[in-house]
Design a protein around this ligand. Structure first.
Ligand code: GLN
Length: 306
């Protein structure tokens, strides 16, 4: 693809920066509420390893739910199809931290990207990995080619101090028998993986294997097979933005995943991954300027998958 990413990224950035910066920074995790709401950056990485960054693309931020893509990849790679006995692949149509469907669904979360599903994925990883905390970090460092990627103990313990809904979710799922480890252990792992801090540049590079049929673009090793990578992208497309997944597909037209730190990751299979970060969130918990940026970007570059 010979699109002029450099000038498109720059002009879309200027246009969105000059527009409104609506919404609220996530405050239910105490450590997140002090982040400067004016931060704004984006980075696009291509599968032939060209990188185009703009604004605050080298500042670290809390990746939060974007990590759910990577925890799913790791669990799917290890468990294969039997993963889907423990959770589904349907859009939930509900907020990320909702409890309501679980009762009717007998503790089987709708998908791996709502909190309930990500907590079940954490339980699976704790059961199958010799040292889940260490092994997950090793995985993140490997796909990022960056040994400095780390958990933020500050953010993890801040979330733990106020994580009442996630505690409720985990215990509720346990009551249906779909959590096998101790809830406290599962939640500690969940809060820790959500606390990882990365930059737009680092995350866009870490996502690249999903644009490249499951294979890293640097050392060419397969992280997963092409069919698995295709399915992860499909789940991002249908479930990556909770009860705004349809809207994201309509406006942006790329598989994507958001986090309450204000990041949004998106993938164009066979071409690139793109990361945008702006902390103010809309009512559905997705970055307001992040969605606008990606909408204008896919319009200007004609790079939606549709
Ligand atoms: N750690 C956050 C939580 O569980 C992640 C939510 C998100 O980014 N949408 O609430």
């Amino acid at each position: 693809m010979m699109t002029d990413f450099e000038s498109i990224i720059q002009s879309v950035y200027e246009s969105v920066k000059n527009g409104d910066n609506k919404g609220e920074v996530a405050s239910y995790i105490p450590e997140l509420k002090d982040v400067n709401p004016e931060h704004f950056g984006a980075c696009l990485s291509t599968i032939d390893n060209r990188v185009f960054g703009v604004g605050d693309f080298q500042k670290t931020f809390s990746i939060q739910s974007i990590v759910k893509v990577f925890s799913l990849c790791m669990a799917y790679r290890i468990s294969g199809q039997k993963l889907w006995k423990r959770l589904g692949v349907e859009p939930s149509g509900n907020p990320f931290n909702s409890l309501v469907q679980l009762e009717a669904d007998n503790g089987i979360p709708r998908n791996p990207f709502v909190n309930a599903g990500a907590i079940v994925i954490c339980d699976i990883l704790l059961s199958v990995l010799p040292d889940a905390h260490k092994d997950f970090l090793t995985f993140m460092r490997d796909i990022s080619d960056d040994d400095s990627v780390n958990y933020s103990e500050r953010i993890a313990s801040s979330e733990k101090s106020a994580g009442y809904r996630n505690v409720a979710l985990c215990n509720f799922i346990k009551s249906f028998g779909n959590i096998h480890n101790e809830p406290e252990e599962v939640l500690d792992f969940y809060f820790r993986i959500c606390s990882i801090e990365m930059t737009c540049e680092g995350l866009s590079k870490a996502m690249l294997f999903l644009a490249n049929g499951g294979r890293k673009t640097t050392d060419k090793r397969a992280i997963m097979n092409p069919s698995q990578a295709k399915r992860i992208n499909a789940i991002m497309q249908s479930c990556g933005h909770y009860d705004e997944s349809g809207e994201f597909t309509y406006r942006v037209g790329l598989p994507g995943k958001s986090g309450v730190g204000g990041g949004i990751a998106a993938v164009h299979p066979q071409d690139f991954s793109i990361l945008v970060w702006s902390p103010r969130l809309n009512a559905r918990g997705n970055s307001h300027r992040g969605m606008k940026f990606l909408e204008e970007f896919t319009t200007a570059s004609q790079c939606s998958i549709f």
